[in-house]
Design a protein around this ligand. Structure first.
Ligand code: XIL
Length: 401
Protein backbone atom coordinates (compact mmCIF):
# COMPACT_ATOMS: atom_id res chain seq x y z
CA UNK A 1 0.00 0.00 0.00
CA UNK A 2 1.55 3.29 -1.04
CA UNK A 3 1.18 6.77 0.38
CA UNK A 4 -1.17 7.98 -2.34
CA UNK A 5 -3.83 5.40 -1.67
CA UNK A 6 -3.62 6.00 2.08
CA UNK A 7 -4.50 9.61 1.43
CA UNK A 8 -7.33 8.63 -0.88
CA UNK A 9 -8.74 6.48 1.92
CA UNK A 10 -8.62 9.36 4.35
CA UNK A 11 -10.37 11.64 1.89
CA UNK A 12 -13.11 9.06 1.57
CA UNK A 13 -13.35 8.73 5.34
CA UNK A 14 -13.72 12.48 5.49
CA UNK A 15 -16.47 12.40 2.92
CA UNK A 16 -18.37 9.86 4.92
CA UNK A 17 -18.48 12.26 7.83
CA UNK A 18 -20.14 15.01 5.86
CA UNK A 19 -23.48 13.29 5.82
CA UNK A 20 -23.88 13.19 9.57
CA UNK A 21 -25.05 15.22 12.51
CA UNK A 22 -22.88 17.54 14.56
CA UNK A 23 -22.63 14.97 17.34
CA UNK A 24 -21.48 12.37 14.84
CA UNK A 25 -19.02 14.77 13.22
CA UNK A 26 -17.41 15.41 16.58
CA UNK A 27 -17.02 11.69 17.07
CA UNK A 28 -15.64 11.28 13.57
CA UNK A 29 -13.15 14.07 14.08
CA UNK A 30 -11.90 12.46 17.27
CA UNK A 31 -11.51 9.11 15.52
CA UNK A 32 -9.70 10.69 12.57
CA UNK A 33 -7.24 12.51 14.81
CA UNK A 34 -6.31 9.27 16.53
CA UNK A 35 -5.98 7.30 13.33
CA UNK A 36 -2.96 9.06 11.76
CA UNK A 37 -2.86 8.13 8.06
CA UNK A 38 -3.23 4.41 8.06
CA UNK A 39 -6.92 3.67 8.13
CA UNK A 40 -7.60 0.02 7.35
CA UNK A 41 -10.24 -0.75 4.75
CA UNK A 42 -10.48 0.61 1.21
CA UNK A 43 -7.38 -1.31 0.18
CA UNK A 44 -5.43 -1.80 3.37
CA UNK A 45 -5.07 -5.27 4.86
CA UNK A 46 -3.71 -5.71 8.34
CA UNK A 47 -1.25 -8.57 8.87
CA UNK A 48 -2.52 -12.07 9.40
CA UNK A 49 -5.94 -11.94 7.80
CA UNK A 50 -6.56 -13.68 4.48
CA UNK A 51 -6.51 -11.17 1.66
CA UNK A 52 -6.91 -11.54 -2.10
CA UNK A 53 -7.03 -15.33 -1.83
CA UNK A 54 -10.63 -14.83 -0.74
CA UNK A 55 -11.47 -13.01 -3.93
CA UNK A 56 -14.58 -14.55 -5.46
CA UNK A 57 -15.76 -14.73 -8.99
CA UNK A 58 -17.45 -13.00 -10.60
CA UNK A 59 -15.99 -9.63 -9.77
CA UNK A 60 -13.83 -8.33 -7.02
CA UNK A 61 -15.35 -7.22 -3.73
CA UNK A 62 -12.13 -6.62 -1.81
CA UNK A 63 -10.06 -3.54 -1.11
CA UNK A 64 -11.37 -0.52 -2.97
CA UNK A 65 -14.13 -2.70 -4.45
CA UNK A 66 -15.49 -3.55 -0.99
CA UNK A 67 -18.83 -2.57 0.49
CA UNK A 68 -16.90 -0.63 3.09
CA UNK A 69 -15.21 1.61 0.54
CA UNK A 70 -18.29 2.02 -1.61
CA UNK A 71 -20.32 2.90 1.48
CA UNK A 72 -17.76 5.49 2.58
CA UNK A 73 -17.67 7.01 -0.90
CA UNK A 74 -21.46 7.43 -0.69
CA UNK A 75 -21.40 8.99 2.77
CA UNK A 76 -22.67 5.85 4.46
CA UNK A 77 -21.75 3.60 7.32
CA UNK A 78 -22.33 -0.07 6.56
CA UNK A 79 -21.66 -3.40 8.19
CA UNK A 80 -22.92 -6.42 10.05
CA UNK A 81 -24.25 -7.80 13.30
CA UNK A 82 -21.39 -9.98 14.47
CA UNK A 83 -20.57 -12.77 16.89
CA UNK A 84 -17.42 -12.05 18.96
CA UNK A 85 -16.52 -15.75 19.19
CA UNK A 86 -16.40 -15.99 15.39
CA UNK A 87 -14.30 -12.82 15.11
CA UNK A 88 -11.77 -14.56 17.35
CA UNK A 89 -11.94 -18.09 15.94
CA UNK A 90 -12.81 -17.91 12.25
CA UNK A 91 -10.22 -16.02 10.19
CA UNK A 92 -12.34 -15.93 7.03
CA UNK A 93 -15.30 -14.51 8.92
CA UNK A 94 -13.08 -11.92 10.60
CA UNK A 95 -11.48 -10.96 7.28
CA UNK A 96 -14.87 -10.44 5.66
CA UNK A 97 -15.99 -8.17 8.49
CA UNK A 98 -12.70 -6.29 8.48
CA UNK A 99 -12.83 -5.70 4.73
CA UNK A 100 -16.52 -5.09 4.20
CA UNK A 101 -17.67 -3.14 7.27
CA UNK A 102 -17.07 0.30 8.69
CA UNK A 103 -19.78 -0.25 11.34
CA UNK A 104 -20.50 -3.34 13.42
CA UNK A 105 -22.95 -4.31 16.14
CA UNK A 106 -23.16 -7.29 18.52
CA UNK A 107 -25.88 -9.69 17.42
CA UNK A 108 -26.36 -10.80 21.04
CA UNK A 109 -23.32 -9.92 23.15
CA UNK A 110 -24.62 -6.63 24.55
CA UNK A 111 -28.12 -7.78 25.47
CA UNK A 112 -29.11 -8.11 29.13
CA UNK A 113 -29.07 -11.89 28.88
CA UNK A 114 -25.42 -11.81 27.76
CA UNK A 115 -24.12 -9.09 30.05
CA UNK A 116 -25.94 -9.97 33.28
CA UNK A 117 -25.12 -13.43 34.68
CA UNK A 118 -26.78 -12.32 37.93
CA UNK A 119 -28.65 -9.33 39.31
CA UNK A 120 -25.48 -8.02 40.90
CA UNK A 121 -22.81 -8.89 38.31
CA UNK A 122 -21.76 -8.09 34.75
CA UNK A 123 -19.73 -10.06 32.22
CA UNK A 124 -18.24 -7.88 29.51
CA UNK A 125 -15.81 -10.44 28.03
CA UNK A 126 -17.55 -10.92 24.65
CA UNK A 127 -18.60 -7.31 24.32
CA UNK A 128 -15.01 -6.22 24.93
CA UNK A 129 -13.77 -8.53 22.13
CA UNK A 130 -16.09 -6.73 19.75
CA UNK A 131 -14.93 -3.30 20.88
CA UNK A 132 -11.27 -4.11 20.40
CA UNK A 133 -11.85 -5.76 17.02
CA UNK A 134 -13.74 -2.69 15.82
CA UNK A 135 -11.23 -0.22 17.16
CA UNK A 136 -8.26 -2.07 15.70
CA UNK A 137 -10.04 -2.15 12.35
CA UNK A 138 -11.18 1.47 12.59
CA UNK A 139 -14.83 0.52 12.46
CA UNK A 140 -17.59 2.30 14.30
CA UNK A 141 -19.68 0.37 16.81
CA UNK A 142 -23.41 0.28 17.46
CA UNK A 143 -24.65 -0.87 20.84
CA UNK A 144 -27.65 -3.22 20.86
CA UNK A 145 -29.48 -2.87 23.18
CA UNK A 146 -30.06 -1.26 26.56
CA UNK A 147 -33.72 -2.21 26.97
CA UNK A 148 -35.82 -4.94 25.34
CA UNK A 149 -38.66 -7.20 26.48
CA UNK A 150 -36.81 -10.27 25.09
CA UNK A 151 -33.52 -11.91 26.00
CA UNK A 152 -33.77 -10.79 29.59
CA UNK A 153 -31.76 -12.99 31.98
CA UNK A 154 -33.51 -15.91 33.67
CA UNK A 155 -33.22 -14.21 37.07
CA UNK A 156 -35.03 -11.08 35.89
CA UNK A 157 -38.61 -12.23 36.47
CA UNK A 158 -37.95 -13.28 40.04
CA UNK A 159 -35.77 -10.29 40.97
CA UNK A 160 -37.37 -7.30 39.24
CA UNK A 161 -40.31 -5.66 41.03
CA UNK A 162 -42.25 -2.42 40.72
CA UNK A 163 -40.21 -1.18 43.64
CA UNK A 164 -36.76 -1.80 42.13
CA UNK A 165 -37.13 -1.96 38.32
CA UNK A 166 -36.47 1.72 37.65
CA UNK A 167 -33.26 1.59 39.65
CA UNK A 168 -32.29 -1.72 37.99
CA UNK A 169 -32.78 -0.15 34.56
CA UNK A 170 -30.95 3.06 35.36
CA UNK A 171 -27.98 1.35 36.93
CA UNK A 172 -27.71 -1.13 34.02
CA UNK A 173 -27.61 1.74 31.54
CA UNK A 174 -25.21 3.73 33.66
CA UNK A 175 -22.86 0.74 33.93
CA UNK A 176 -23.04 -0.53 30.34
CA UNK A 177 -23.27 2.71 28.37
CA UNK A 178 -20.89 4.30 30.87
CA UNK A 179 -18.27 1.58 30.36
CA UNK A 180 -18.11 2.26 26.62
CA UNK A 181 -18.79 6.00 26.74
CA UNK A 182 -17.09 7.96 23.98
CA UNK A 183 -16.39 4.80 21.96
CA UNK A 184 -19.84 4.08 20.53
CA UNK A 185 -21.29 5.43 17.29
CA UNK A 186 -24.80 4.79 18.61
CA UNK A 187 -26.89 2.84 21.10
CA UNK A 188 -30.22 1.17 20.54
CA UNK A 189 -31.54 2.50 23.81
CA UNK A 190 -35.03 1.03 23.52
CA UNK A 191 -35.86 -1.89 21.26
CA UNK A 192 -39.35 -2.79 20.03
CA UNK A 193 -41.47 -0.81 22.51
CA UNK A 194 -44.49 -0.46 20.22
CA UNK A 195 -47.08 -3.20 19.68
CA UNK A 196 -50.36 -1.77 18.39
CA UNK A 197 -52.27 -5.02 18.84
CA UNK A 198 -51.73 -4.83 22.61
CA UNK A 199 -54.50 -2.20 22.49
CA UNK A 200 -53.14 0.77 24.41
CA UNK A 201 -53.94 4.23 22.99
CA UNK A 202 -50.24 5.15 23.14
CA UNK A 203 -49.30 1.99 21.23
CA UNK A 204 -46.88 0.82 23.91
CA UNK A 205 -46.27 -2.90 24.12
CA UNK A 206 -47.46 -4.76 27.21
CA UNK A 207 -43.89 -5.50 28.30
CA UNK A 208 -42.27 -6.23 31.66
CA UNK A 209 -40.70 -2.77 31.55
CA UNK A 210 -44.07 -1.09 31.16
CA UNK A 211 -45.59 -3.13 33.97
CA UNK A 212 -42.66 -2.69 36.34
CA UNK A 213 -41.34 0.83 35.64
CA UNK A 214 -44.50 2.52 34.34
CA UNK A 215 -45.43 4.26 31.11
CA UNK A 216 -42.48 6.65 31.27
CA UNK A 217 -39.91 3.83 31.01
CA UNK A 218 -38.83 4.82 27.48
CA UNK A 219 -38.05 8.31 28.68
CA UNK A 220 -36.22 6.99 31.74
CA UNK A 221 -33.99 4.83 29.53
CA UNK A 222 -33.11 7.60 27.06
CA UNK A 223 -32.31 10.10 29.80
CA UNK A 224 -30.07 7.55 31.54
CA UNK A 225 -28.31 6.75 28.25
CA UNK A 226 -27.55 10.40 27.47
CA UNK A 227 -26.19 10.87 30.95
CA UNK A 228 -23.98 7.78 30.69
CA UNK A 229 -22.66 8.48 27.18
CA UNK A 230 -23.28 12.02 25.94
CA UNK A 231 -21.59 11.29 22.60
CA UNK A 232 -23.40 8.19 21.30
CA UNK A 233 -26.34 8.70 18.95
CA UNK A 234 -29.35 7.51 20.91
CA UNK A 235 -31.63 5.36 18.82
CA UNK A 236 -35.16 3.96 19.03
CA UNK A 237 -35.19 0.65 17.13
CA UNK A 238 -38.20 -1.29 15.82
CA UNK A 239 -39.51 -3.77 13.22
CA UNK A 240 -42.75 -4.17 11.31
CA UNK A 241 -42.67 -0.58 10.05
CA UNK A 242 -41.38 -1.31 6.55
CA UNK A 243 -44.12 -2.84 4.43
CA UNK A 244 -46.98 -1.38 2.39
CA UNK A 245 -49.80 -2.79 4.48
CA UNK A 246 -52.27 -1.55 7.09
CA UNK A 247 -50.57 -3.29 10.01
CA UNK A 248 -47.18 -1.73 9.31
CA UNK A 249 -48.78 1.66 8.61
CA UNK A 250 -50.56 1.56 12.00
CA UNK A 251 -47.27 0.76 13.69
CA UNK A 252 -45.49 3.58 11.83
CA UNK A 253 -48.12 5.99 13.13
CA UNK A 254 -47.74 4.69 16.69
CA UNK A 255 -43.95 5.03 16.52
CA UNK A 256 -44.28 8.59 15.22
CA UNK A 257 -46.73 9.41 18.01
CA UNK A 258 -44.19 8.21 20.57
CA UNK A 259 -41.33 10.11 18.90
CA UNK A 260 -43.35 13.35 18.82
CA UNK A 261 -44.22 12.91 22.47
CA UNK A 262 -40.55 12.40 23.23
CA UNK A 263 -39.63 15.55 21.33
CA UNK A 264 -42.27 17.57 23.17
CA UNK A 265 -40.92 16.32 26.47
CA UNK A 266 -37.33 17.02 25.38
CA UNK A 267 -36.28 13.42 25.76
CA UNK A 268 -32.79 13.03 24.29
CA UNK A 269 -32.96 10.99 21.05
CA UNK A 270 -30.98 11.23 17.81
CA UNK A 271 -32.07 8.45 15.49
CA UNK A 272 -34.59 5.81 14.57
CA UNK A 273 -33.56 2.28 13.61
CA UNK A 274 -35.70 0.62 10.96
CA UNK A 275 -34.78 -3.02 11.51
CA UNK A 276 -35.64 -4.12 7.95
CA UNK A 277 -36.17 -7.85 8.40
CA UNK A 278 -37.94 -7.96 5.06
CA UNK A 279 -39.33 -10.54 2.63
CA UNK A 280 -38.26 -11.30 -0.93
CA UNK A 281 -40.98 -10.26 -3.30
CA UNK A 282 -42.95 -8.10 -0.82
CA UNK A 283 -43.66 -4.45 -1.58
CA UNK A 284 -41.93 -1.56 0.14
CA UNK A 285 -42.54 2.01 -0.90
CA UNK A 286 -44.46 5.20 -0.20
CA UNK A 287 -45.51 4.39 3.37
CA UNK A 288 -41.95 3.74 4.47
CA UNK A 289 -40.68 6.84 2.70
CA UNK A 290 -43.36 9.03 4.31
CA UNK A 291 -42.29 7.59 7.66
CA UNK A 292 -38.63 8.42 7.01
CA UNK A 293 -39.57 11.95 5.99
CA UNK A 294 -41.61 12.38 9.18
CA UNK A 295 -38.70 11.12 11.27
CA UNK A 296 -36.40 13.56 9.51
CA UNK A 297 -38.83 16.39 10.24
CA UNK A 298 -38.30 15.59 13.91
CA UNK A 299 -34.60 16.21 13.28
CA UNK A 300 -33.66 12.57 13.68
CA UNK A 301 -31.42 10.37 11.54
CA UNK A 302 -32.52 6.97 10.25
CA UNK A 303 -30.45 3.79 10.34
CA UNK A 304 -31.28 0.51 8.63
CA UNK A 305 -30.28 -1.61 11.61
CA UNK A 306 -30.98 -5.30 11.06
CA UNK A 307 -31.46 -5.96 7.38
CA UNK A 308 -31.98 -9.44 6.02
CA UNK A 309 -34.25 -10.71 3.25
CA UNK A 310 -36.11 -13.92 4.05
CA UNK A 311 -37.03 -16.25 1.21
CA UNK A 312 -39.70 -18.21 3.03
CA UNK A 313 -42.42 -17.36 0.53
CA UNK A 314 -40.40 -18.55 -2.46
CA UNK A 315 -40.21 -22.03 -4.05
CA UNK A 316 -37.32 -24.43 -3.53
CA UNK A 317 -34.98 -23.61 -6.45
CA UNK A 318 -31.88 -21.96 -5.05
CA UNK A 319 -31.13 -19.88 -8.15
CA UNK A 320 -34.59 -18.34 -8.15
CA UNK A 321 -34.46 -17.69 -4.42
CA UNK A 322 -31.04 -16.04 -4.64
CA UNK A 323 -32.07 -13.87 -7.59
CA UNK A 324 -35.23 -12.69 -5.82
CA UNK A 325 -33.38 -11.97 -2.57
CA UNK A 326 -30.71 -9.95 -4.40
CA UNK A 327 -33.35 -7.99 -6.26
CA UNK A 328 -35.15 -7.19 -3.01
CA UNK A 329 -31.87 -6.04 -1.43
CA UNK A 330 -31.30 -3.72 -4.35
CA UNK A 331 -34.81 -2.33 -4.60
CA UNK A 332 -35.19 -1.77 -0.86
CA UNK A 333 -31.82 -0.11 -0.37
CA UNK A 334 -32.16 1.97 -3.51
CA UNK A 335 -35.52 3.17 -2.17
CA UNK A 336 -34.47 4.04 1.37
CA UNK A 337 -31.03 5.40 0.47
CA UNK A 338 -32.68 7.90 -1.86
CA UNK A 339 -33.59 9.68 1.40
CA UNK A 340 -30.64 11.64 2.84
CA UNK A 341 -31.80 10.98 6.40
CA UNK A 342 -30.65 7.36 6.03
CA UNK A 343 -26.99 7.29 7.04
CA UNK A 344 -26.20 3.68 8.00
CA UNK A 345 -27.03 0.15 6.86
CA UNK A 346 -26.40 -2.91 9.03
CA UNK A 347 -27.06 -6.50 7.88
CA UNK A 348 -28.24 -8.92 10.57
CA UNK A 349 -25.40 -11.41 10.29
CA UNK A 350 -22.67 -12.16 7.79
CA UNK A 351 -23.50 -15.54 6.31
CA UNK A 352 -26.46 -17.84 5.71
CA UNK A 353 -24.72 -20.38 7.95
CA UNK A 354 -25.40 -18.25 11.03
CA UNK A 355 -28.66 -16.47 10.28
CA UNK A 356 -31.12 -16.23 13.15
CA UNK A 357 -33.96 -16.91 10.70
CA UNK A 358 -33.15 -20.60 10.69
CA UNK A 359 -34.07 -20.69 14.33
CA UNK A 360 -37.27 -18.66 13.89
CA UNK A 361 -39.94 -19.22 11.23
CA UNK A 362 -38.57 -21.74 8.83
CA UNK A 363 -39.49 -22.49 5.25
CA UNK A 364 -42.34 -24.89 4.50
CA UNK A 365 -39.91 -27.20 2.64
CA UNK A 366 -37.65 -27.33 5.69
CA UNK A 367 -34.61 -26.01 3.81
CA UNK A 368 -32.37 -23.41 5.41
CA UNK A 369 -33.03 -19.81 4.45
CA UNK A 370 -30.58 -17.83 2.31
CA UNK A 371 -31.16 -14.26 3.57
CA UNK A 372 -27.65 -12.81 3.94
CA UNK A 373 -24.86 -11.51 1.70
CA UNK A 374 -22.50 -14.48 2.13
CA UNK A 375 -23.49 -18.12 1.73
CA UNK A 376 -23.04 -20.91 4.26
CA UNK A 377 -19.43 -21.38 3.05
CA UNK A 378 -18.74 -17.65 3.49
CA UNK A 379 -18.64 -17.10 -0.27
CA UNK A 380 -20.16 -13.84 -1.48
CA UNK A 381 -23.57 -14.05 -3.10
CA UNK A 382 -24.94 -11.74 -5.77
CA UNK A 383 -26.48 -9.72 -2.93
CA UNK A 384 -23.07 -8.11 -2.35
CA UNK A 385 -23.13 -6.62 -5.83
CA UNK A 386 -26.79 -5.64 -5.51
CA UNK A 387 -26.05 -3.82 -2.25
CA UNK A 388 -22.90 -2.17 -3.58
CA UNK A 389 -24.76 -0.93 -6.60
CA UNK A 390 -27.46 0.55 -4.36
CA UNK A 391 -24.74 2.32 -2.33
CA UNK A 392 -23.20 3.70 -5.54
CA UNK A 393 -26.52 5.00 -6.80
CA UNK A 394 -26.89 7.00 -3.59
CA UNK A 395 -23.77 9.08 -4.21
CA UNK A 396 -25.80 12.03 -5.46
CA UNK A 397 -27.43 12.54 -2.07
CA UNK A 398 -24.34 12.35 0.13
CA UNK A 399 -23.70 15.08 2.63
CA UNK A 400 -27.24 16.41 2.73
CA UNK A 401 -28.27 15.27 6.19
C1 XIL B 1 -31.89 -12.16 17.45
C2 XIL B 1 -30.54 -12.85 17.28
O1 XIL B 1 -30.16 -12.74 15.92
C3 XIL B 1 -30.63 -14.30 17.68
O2 XIL B 1 -29.35 -14.92 17.66
C4 XIL B 1 -31.24 -14.41 19.08
O3 XIL B 1 -31.42 -15.77 19.41
C5 XIL B 1 -32.57 -13.68 19.16
O4 XIL B 1 -32.38 -12.33 18.76
N1 XIL B 1 -34.79 -8.07 16.52
C6 XIL B 1 -33.73 -7.67 17.27
C7 XIL B 1 -32.55 -8.57 17.43
O5 XIL B 1 -33.70 -6.52 17.73
O6 XIL B 1 -31.91 -8.42 18.67
C8 XIL B 1 -32.92 -10.01 17.21
O7 XIL B 1 -31.72 -10.77 17.23
C9 XIL B 1 -33.68 -10.17 15.92
C10 XIL B 1 -34.95 -9.39 15.95
Amino acid sequence: MNETSSVVRDVRGGESLRGTSRRHMLLGATAAMGSAWLLPGCGFRSGGVPGPALAPSPGDIWGTASLRCHAAASGLLAGFAVVPWLLRNNATYAAIVQEQANLIVAENAMKWESLRPSATTYNFDSADVLLSFAEQGRMKIRGHNLLWHRQLPAWFSSVATQANARQLLESHIETVAGRYAGRMHSWDVVNEAIQVSDGRPDGLRDSPWLRLVGDDYVEVAFRAARKADPQALLTYNDYGIEAENAQDEAKRQAVLLMLRRMRTRRVPIDAVGVQSHISAGAKYGAGLMRFITSVRELDLQVFVTEMDVNDRNLGSAVEERDAAVAQTYHEYLHLVLSHPAVTAVVFWGVSDRDTWLNHEDSRADGRPERPLLFDANLKPKQDVFAVRNAFDRRTGSKGRV
